[in-house]
Ligand binder design. Structure first.
Ligand code: PMP
Length: 306
């Protein structure tokens, strides 16, 4: 197989390490047809001498919660999944910034939606990974698509099938010359990005949509709220209207892949002066130090791999 930069030697699959090129499933895998899988996106940061996984337990707890919402057998408990992630990283001897993708999905079997007693497959991919966005700040549009609602698909569960909603919004944005989309929820309130949570800053106060606005409750969102409060900012979780976006002093995304990414414009209207703002800059720099282990106060968020 041709090396494209993201491949590693091994994939952890159902308790074993499998060669990358052998990590395959049958085309009648249920999740391929119906989106019946749950997953996580986790990062590990290499600081020159140690690889730290960021908030591993919190991510794996969300994986177990996602499985619970859909009634999937998680196959392994928190400790089992934790062991799998560390095994995969160590087997691949990764000494670089890495994206970790645990995936739990309904496997091979007959066509049909009744998944009672169906076998689950579990895997962990570890992929060398740097930046999610190519630019240091992004230009975004408010999507014409609405974020999934708790009345149809529980947004708080990180489910494979839910991401067709994110792909619609993301591709609408890309095809219209933007970097990313912001989705409104079903009632028209601001929800989140296609794969990131959203914050705005107005007169020194930080606002972010509540869990009830159809968001996936991000681990990075939680981290940013803690860091911001520790620095002394007021953070308010409340509904945000579309028009508030345009007149915000600053706006930024948070996410495992996106980290803290400044939003420079929304629907071609510059946010503030169209450059990274001071609050965003403070939080972005703080976040980057914390994940690399440069802030002893937050060391309990890091799991050393070696
Ligand atoms: N919302 C969605 C839809 C996402 O896919 C993600 C990425 N997991 C987030 C928010 C941010 O979550 P986290 O900070 O835990 O990565």
């Amino acid at each position: 197989m041709m090396k494209r930069g993201f491949e590693t030697k091994y994939v952890w699959m159902n308790g074993r390490l499998i060669r990358w090129s052998d990590a395959k499933v049958h085309v009648l895998t249920h999740a391929l047809h119906y989106g019946t899988g749950v997953f996580e996106g986790i990062r590990a940061y290499w600081n020159g001498s140690q690889l730290y996984v960021f908030r591993l337990k919190e991510h794996l707890q969300r994986l177990l919660n996602s499985a619970k919402i859909y009634g999937f057998d998680a196959k392994y408990n928190l400790e089992g999944w934790e062991k799998a992630v560390l095994e995969a990283l160590r087997a691949n001897e990764l000494k670089c910034n890495t994206y970790i993708r645990p995936l739990l999905f309904v496997g091979y079997g007959p066509i049909g939606l009744n998944i009672t007693g169906r076998g689950m497959e579990a895997l962990v991919l570890t992929i060398p990974f740097e930046k999610y966005f190519e630019k240091p700040g992004v230009d975004v549009m408010v999507s014409t698509w609405r974020r999934i609602s708790d009345m149809t698909n529980p947004p708080g569960a990180k489910v494979c099938g839910h991401y067709t909603n994110s792909v619609l919004a993301k591709m609408e944005a890309i095809n219209n010359g933007y970097d990313e989309a912001i989705l409104l929820d079903i009632s028209g309130k601001v929800s989140e990005g296609s794969g990131e949570n959203l914050f705005i800053v107005k007169e020194g106060v930080i606002y972010t949509p509540p869990v009830s606005a159809g968001i996936l409750e991000g681990i990075t969102r939680r981290t940013v709220i803690t860091l911001a409060r520790d620095v002394g900012y007021e953070v308010v979780e409340r509904d945000i209207s579309r028009t508030e976006l345009y007149i915000a002093d600053e706006a930024f995304f948070s996410g495992t892949a996106a980290e803290v990414t400044p939003i420079l414009s929304i629907d071609r209207k510059p946010i503030g002066d169209g450059k990274i703002g001071p609050v965003t800059k403070t939080l972005k720099e703080k976040y980057e130090k914390v994940v690399k282990g440069d802030e002893p106060k937050y060391k309990e968020w890091l799991t050393p791999v070696y």
